[in-house]
Design a protein around this ligand. Structure first.
Ligand SMILES: [Mg+2]
Length: 369
């Protein structure tokens, strides 16, 4: 038996299935004793593969996780997962589409789930578009998704303000793009800032003093490609000087995928700038905060334990599902690689992982077999 420096252990035996099973048991027992002796926190032993070597020996690969969290298994029984959930919440980028390209098998998978009576919801941390605009994107990709099934973090910001009865004599200062403004407008909430302040510059002449609106009762910060010093100063003044002014972040994503060539600074960069100048923590309404999950559960009257969250990011999608007490499925069609998932440094493990959502179609094949 060889314990390698990675998280894989290899053992060998004769190529007989019963012997292989014995070898597996022997290997896992030996490992348990070994780790117990060394007082190491080994929590997961997962027999993952058998390889027949050239000399007819069998290599038994046992996957361990030293970070303290069992490594997620590959999804082998899609029908069982589908049976266990009444609602599926899908992240969009990396799950439904990549940039402007639909991921293979998505329409058939969504059709199958709908035909099984499942409720489908689409959640995204991207705040640059409103629900209506997302609806158009789904339509342009040939997907039949209604506006009511789409929850973007721009909508979450407006929904949160509505949920706390944001005073009608107050307004919101927006650091972000048009999606936030459209949702605030839809919710009947007054706002200033946003793209209109995108070209503003500050002339720092001696004695320069910036006025700000005393009626701003909340600053909403989202991804903003035209962030500038004017917006930062205005938002800072509102949060620091207007009594009770809220600081709301649509999301704190470190990076976003503006192009498929590299990762770009995400909404977390804009939020971080205002955190830095106000020394205040924002109230986050997007993933992984549970606000949207709680909102969905209450709006649609669904039980969170009967929701399966499907996403491509561990620190937003999977954590969002776990924070909400839902089942979680990671797909490898987006930003997370198998290597990242199985890295000893990763402590966020979904209930299962698969390559892409069309793998759920295997449930249909099982049903019709
Ligand atoms: Mg994604």
């Amino acid at each position: 038996m060889v314990v390698s420096s990675s998280n894989t252990v290899t053992s060998s035996s004769r190529p007989d299935s019963s012997l292989s099973r014995c070898a597996c048991l022997a290997s896992t027992s030996l490992l348990s004793c070994y780790f117990r002796l060394l007082n190491l926190p080994m929590v997961a032993i997962n027999v993952c593969e058998l390889d027949v070597g050239e000399d007819e020996s069998v290599l038994i690969h046992i996957r361990l996780n030293f970070a303290g969290t069992p490594v997620a298994p590959f999804l082998t029984d899609a029908a069982k997962l589908i049976d266990s959930a009444k609602t599926f919440i899908f992240d969009c980028d990396g799950v439904i589409w990549k940039g402007d390209k639909l991921i293979n098998g998505v329409p058939e998978t969504l059709d199958m789930l709908r035909s099984m009576g499942k409720k489908l919801v689409f959640v995204t941390n991207n705040s640059t578009k409103s629900r209506k605009e997302y609806g158009k994107k789904f339509e342009s990709l040939g997907l039949d998704v209604t506006e009511e099934e789409i929850f973007a973090s721009s909508f979450a910001a407006a929904a949160y303000l509505k949920s706390i009865n944001f005073p009608s004599n107050k307004k919101v200062y927006v650091v972000g793009e048009a999606g936030i403004q459209l949702e605030l407008k839809q919710a009947g909430i007054s706002y200033i800032g946003g793209p209109e302040d995108g070209d503003k510059k500050i002339d720092l002449a001696p004695g320069r003093f910036m006025e700000h609106d005393q009626d701003v009762g909340a600053v909403v910060v989202g991804f903003d490609r035209n962030i500038n010093y004017y917006k930062l100063q205005y938002a800072t003044l509102c949060v620091r000087e207007n009594p009770g002014c809220l600081f709301i972040a649509t999301n704190c994503d470190a990076v976003t995928h503006l192009t498929d060539a590299q990762e770009w600074a995400g909404g977390g960069a804009m939020v971080g700038a205002i955190k830095g100048s106000t020394k205040k923590e924002p109230l986050v309404v997007g993933k992984p905060s549970t606000f949207m999950m709680d909102y969905l559960a209450s709006e649609f009257k669904i039980s969170k334990s009967e929701i399966c969250m499907v996403g491509d990011r561990l620190d937003t999608d999977i954590l969002f599902g776990q924070n909400g007490g839902c089942k979680t499925l990671l797909v490898l069609s987006g930003v997370t690689t198998l290597e990242t998932l199985q890295s000893p440094d990763n402590s966020i493990q979904p209930d299962a992982y698969t390559n892409q959502i069309s793998d759920l179609l295997s449930a249909k094949k099982v049903a019709s077999a």
